[in-house]
Design a protein around this ligand. Structure first.
Ligand code: GTP
Ligand code: MG
Length: 201
């Protein structure tokens, strides 16, 4: 799929305040600083669309971007950022969990993990929660430009191994680099496939 238009729509503090129309949406979630906002910018070819930052904790609201006037990309705040107050952490957790559980037009969650790290407990817990909650998701490895191709393959294989201990069926996985524009076509084709199945369904 080609992205012809990508526009910022709104930033919402709660799921109840998100756009009211029912176009399908695709949310990006993962630890702070993993590269959610950067990936949205890479996919849309607009480096200024979603706000990114070298310091974790940049995204604080549920951000909707409308793509080709047909579907939404949703940038969520990261989880697991320790340097926040307990109150902020609770508020963000409620925001993220409420959005994921209540948003009926949520077609798929992209769970981002840094390809350089071994499987992190907090991500595995989140994956577990998505699975138990019946939320369709895919895993997106980010920052692939920081490792050699061989090492990336090793890391992905190791991640699959960890997931295989709990899951019979593995989720779709994508290797990406916002820096090198890697994984763009694969991710957008995946979205297109789901959009089509929703229309046909
Ligand atoms: P929060 O909104 O704080 O949760 O962070 P985020 O997940 O949206 O991360 P963001 O996109 O702001 O990126 C965090 C940092 O990682 C920035 O310094 C980015 O430039 C860098 N970064 C993101 N993606 C990549 C990538 O693919 N390659 C490299 N080398 N750096 C990346
Ligand atoms: Mg962000």
């Amino acid at each position: 799929m080609e992205i012809k238009t990508a526009e910022y729509v709104i930033s919402s503090p709660t799921v109840g305040m998100c756009p009211k129309d029912t176009k399908p949406e695709y949310a990006f979630i993962g630890r702070s600083n993993v590269g959610k906002s950067s990936l949205i910018n890479m996919l849309t070819g607009n480096r200024k669309l979603a706000k990114t930052s070298a310091t974790p904790g940049k995204t604080m609201l549920i951000n909707h971007f409308i793509i080709n006037k047909e579907w939404y990309l949703v940038d969520l705040p990261g989880y697991g950022f320790a340097k926040r107050s307990k109150k902020d952490l609770q508020r963000l957790e409620q925001m993220i969990n409420g959005y994921i559980l209540q948003r009926e037009q949520l077609a798929n969650v992209f769970l981002l993990v840094d390809v350089r790290l071994e499987a992190q407990k907090i991500d595995l817990e989140f994956i577990q929660w998505l699975g138990v909650s019946g939320i369709p998701f895919a895993i997106v490895f980010t920052k692939a430009d920081k490792l050699s191709t061989g090492k990336v393959t090793q890391q992905v294989a190791a991640y699959k191994q960890v997931l295989s201990a709990t899951w019979e069926e593995l989720p779709p996985m994508f290797v990406t680099s916002a820096e090198k524009k890697q994984g763009k076509d694969e991710l957008l084709d995946y979205v297109e496939q789901i959009n089509r199945s929703l229309k046909d369904g």
